[in-house]
Design a protein. Structure first.
Length: 645
């Protein structure tokens, strides 16, 4: 009787302790109202990482103690992201080809993190809209084929991404002109207008308008270029005002040219933000011969008539203005002289441009946009079979190359397929190459991108719109790809404007460490850019330290498999910090891997050229499609690396 009573007492006490712990631990967690249907797609595509908690759950520690529980409490929460559930579940509609969505299951929890990159919610929400529109177009196209290309089929076949556009909707002398750009702009695209200011309202405007989704009140204005003409017998200055507008922010900060003595000028793509900067510098140098350095009033009074005389627009005088897209911003050339530059505002990049709109006091005689993104006509492309990604016969490849691209960079991808992706190591499956591309806001671009993915089998679509600020999510995705989908010994990241000598990469990797490796052009001493005008601006909140850990320049670097596995696991378990500069982010994550007791081999190689091409290169950056094909041809003929000028 005593033994039975004692055993019962022990069981009762144990039960009370379990109940108390359960209430204390789980009762303190806030309930999460997260939709579950997003996982319908993954029921037949289980994650390879069984340790990843499902939405709304808390990862249970392998052992229970106060320290471990505290760590879990400090982790970022999982939040509900508008459009994500619909985006993921709708993918299941296209079961015939799931290869293009291979990284989505592992990326899902990263997109739900409360500490995600600032534009994650916007990028995911817009991607769900873009994907829904694309699905409807795909279904219409399928229906038209069944019906023998009748009905809507003809309209679908007319969707094109032309090299140039020159048709305005309004009459020649209209003060309101519109030029449609079906597939946006890419680097070096240009828009040339020939016109005559007529003096009406003493101003005219040139606007680059973005694509508009149904839920948006107005389309974003990627660039607002407002010209105020000089007036006779007036002391008012003629001026060009540049700005941008979005539904979320409204108008941004104005940039004026000439801008007055208080303006801080800077360079964009190596060119002055305002031509006045060059005039002022020259005048100040001359004035400094006879006046104090700080005597700005004298300099400005002397400069004023020069500024007015050099203003590029005047009433009744014809002009030829060319607006072109650079790497860092837009540039305006008037009558052969570079006048202004405008740095791309955050999430307002050239590929988003959908229309050119001209309003106000100007008569446009002609206009043409050229150098536009052009997609392949798959019906007449005779070498699709030779360019298609080869089947991977082995379970694990030696090297996976992840190429970061954007939807309308069709020509860049085709140039890579016809050049260094033809190396024997790639064609035989020793090396696998995949493009990582987010959604575009333009339906035509997404349709052509989808067709391209089906034709070549080398595209991984990302579950977000392709904003530059979300590029670090692609870095995580390429690590997922190289560890979960296409297991590789080494993983390389590069860009679609880079030429990679695969033979030299493989030769250089011989004898290199199989673990703890970061190989590329490494920056061992660098500091965050605190200038808000910099493309790589980093606030103290984003990175409070005065320096970064070692990192490899983004156009091309290689990591070993163990580092990639650590990055995937660390982000899914919410132990690693998300950071917007992807190459620096990789350095930050590797530094933490090192702090956990792992040895890191930082191997820097000057042959990874991140600013162009040089002799004996392993990688050459900033190579347009023509140069990429030229580099490949020289390699075939000369059998050594020669740059194309």
């Amino acid at each position: 009787m005593k033994k039975w009573t004692g055993g019962t007492l022990i069981l009762v006490l144990s039960f009370i302790l379990v109940v108390r712990y359960t209430y204390t631990y789980f009762g303190s967690q806030p309930p999460k109202q997260i939709k579950q249907s997003a996982y319908d797609f993954f029921r037949n595509h289980p994650s390879n990482n069984s340790q990843t908690p499902e939405i709304g759950s808390i990862a249970t520690p392998s052992w229970i103690n106060g320290t471990e529980v505290e760590k879990i409490k400090e982790k970022p929460r999982l939040i509900d992201v508008e459009g994500l559930d619909e985006l993921y579940s709708s993918v299941n509609v296209l079961k015939e080809d799931m290869k293009s969505f291979a990284t989505w299951p592992q990326l899902h929890i990263v997109l739900l993190r409360s500490d995600g990159l600032p534009e994650t919610v916007k990028g995911v929400t817009e991607a769900s809209v873009a994907w829904r529109e694309l699905l409807s177009v795909i279904e219409r196209e399928k229906s038209s084929k069944v019906a023998g290309d009748g009905g809507n089929g003809n309209n679908i076949n007319e969707i094109k991404c032309p090299f140039s556009v020159s048709t305005f909707d309004e009459p020649v002398n209209s003060s309101r002109r519109l030029l449609e750009l079906p597939c946006g702009l890419i680097e070096d695209s240009s828009i040339t207008l020939i016109g005559i200011p007529n003096g009406q309202n003493r101003s005219f405007q040139i606007e680059l308008e973005g694509a508009k989704f149904q839920h948006e009140k107005k389309p974003p204005i990627i660039l607002h270029y407002n010209v105020y003409l000089p007036e006779e017998n007036s002391t008012k200055n003629s001026v060009i005002v540049q700005n941008a507008w979005t539904n979320e922010v409204g108008w941004g900060r104005e940039e004026r040219c000439p801008g007055g003595r208080s303006t801080n000028y800077f360079q964009i793509d190596g060119l002055a933000s305002c031509y006045e900067q060059l005039i002022r510098s020259a005048l100040e140098q001359n004035q400094n011969v006879s006046h104090p350095v700080g005597d700005k009033q004298i300099n400005n009074s002397v400069a004023h008539p020069h500024m007015r005389a050099n203003f590029p627009f005047s009433e009744g005088s014809p002009f030829t203005a060319t607006l072109w897209a650079g790497l860092e911003g837009f540039h305006m050339t008037v009558n052969g002289r570079h006048e202004t530059a405008f740095k791309y505002r955050e999430n307002l990049e050239s590929w988003l441009v959908n229309k050119v709109r001209v309003t106000g006091g100007v008569s446009i005689l002609s206009g043409i946009a050229k150098g536009l993104p052009v997609s392949e006509d798959l019906d007449i492309n005779v070498d699709v079979g030779q360019l298609k990604a080869p089947p991977l016969l082995k379970r694990r490849v030696l090297l996976l190359v992840g190429v970061f691209s954007t939807g309308n960079n069709f020509e860049r991808r085709m140039a890579l397929r016809r050049s260094w992706m033809q190396y024997e190591a790639v064609r035989s499956g020793i090396v696998a190459v995949r493009f990582l591309i987010g959604f575009h806001k333009n339906a035509e671009v997404n349709l052509d991108l989808w067709k391209e993915a089906q034709a070549y089998g080398d595209i991984q679509l990302m579950p977000f719109v392709d904003y530059y600020s979300l590029i670090s999510l692609k870095t995580i995705a390429v690590c997922i790809l190289g560890t979960k989908i296409l297991p590789a010994k080494y993983i390389m990241k590069t860009d679609d404007d880079a030429f990679v000598r695969i033979d030299e990469v493989l030769s250089s990797l011989k004898g290199k460490a199989a673990s703890g490796l970061l190989y590329g052009l490494i920056s061992f001493q660098s500091s965050p850019h605190r200038d808000q005008d910099s493309k790589w601006f980093v606030s103290e909140e984003e990175w409070p330290k005065d320096s970064f850990p070692p990192w490899a320049h983004g156009p091309g670097y290689i990591i070993s498999r163990d580092i990639a596995k650590y990055i995937v696991r660390g982000h899914q378990e919410r132990d690693l910090k998300l950071f917007k500069l992807e190459d620096v982010a990789m350095g930050i994550w590797i530094e933490k891997y090192k702090d956990n007791g792992h040895e890191i081999k930082y191997i820097s190689d000057d042959r990874f050229h991140h600013t162009g091409c040089d002799a004996d290169y392993i990688l050459a950056h900033y190579q347009n499609p023509r140069k990429v094909l030229c580099l490949w041809e020289k390699l075939q003929k000369e059998h050594h690396a020669i740059c194309c000028d």
